[in-house]
Write a protein that binds this ligand. Structure first.
Ligand code: MG
Length: 203
């Protein structure tokens, strides 16, 4: 399985990193080895001094598809989740400035937190879901899927032009503003509406 990630999908986050607003979705992949194993802490890798948390709403694909039209996209997922796209920001900035691929900064072991899943039927409208991330006792990121530049069904249409979607693939839909550095002993807790979907410790 693969993780398909969308970058620059929330205006305020684009502004905080002084990026350009994209004219089409920014897409990158993480391999399955980047998934942080359940109940394991996240270990800060030795190649970065600036690991950032990016909380993101996740969508799990439940049907094989290619060239999926937006109007049929809702048939290709039935679970919604929450995770973190950990990013070695110092390394990513270097790679970006040279126009190089981001994988080393985004796809390393443990860089993808995948929390618990909830049935899509729990939500009246997937384009209006609140989510947040707490670092220790403080809410550091807060978003609502209505603020996405490219909504879930549009993302599925777009990425399925390039990649066949397979059962179990996970889409990371982008992060809202408030990304920031983690240090040892931080505790990150993610909420989708009022449900806690993950809690991890940084080492
Ligand atoms: Mg991200």
């Amino acid at each position: 399985m693969k993780l398909i990630c969308i970058g620059r999908n929330y205006t305020e986050h684009i502004e905080e990193l002084e990026n350009e607003k994209p004219s089409e979705p920014v897409v990158f992949l993480k391999p399955d080895t980047s998934i942080l194993l359940k109940k394991q802490p996240f270990f800060i890798p030795d190649f970065s001094d600036e690991i950032h948390h990016e909380v993101e709403v996740l969508v799990k694909i439940n049907k094989v598809g290619k060239y999926i039209a937006k109007k049929f996209a809702h048939k290709y997922y039935d679970q919604i989740g929450l995770g973190i796209d950990f990013t070695a920001r110092d390394l990513q900035s270097k790679l970006k400035s040279k126009g190089l691929p981001w994988e080393k900064a985004k796809a390393f072991d443990g860089a993808a937190v995948v929390g618990e899943w909830l049935p899509k039927s729990n939500f009246k409208n997937v384009d209006n879901i609140n989510f947040s991330l707490k670092k220790n006792d403080e809410i550091v990121q807060k978003g609502n899927t209505s603020l996405m530049l490219y909504k879930i069904d549009e993302i599925i249409e777009y990425v399925s032009k390039y990649f066949t979607l397979k059962i179990g693939d996970i889409i990371f839909t982008g992060t809202p503003a408030g990304v920031g550095k983690v240090i040892a002993n931080d505790k990150l807790t993610g909420f989708l509406e009022d449900r806690k979907l993950f809690s991890i410790t940084i080492k």
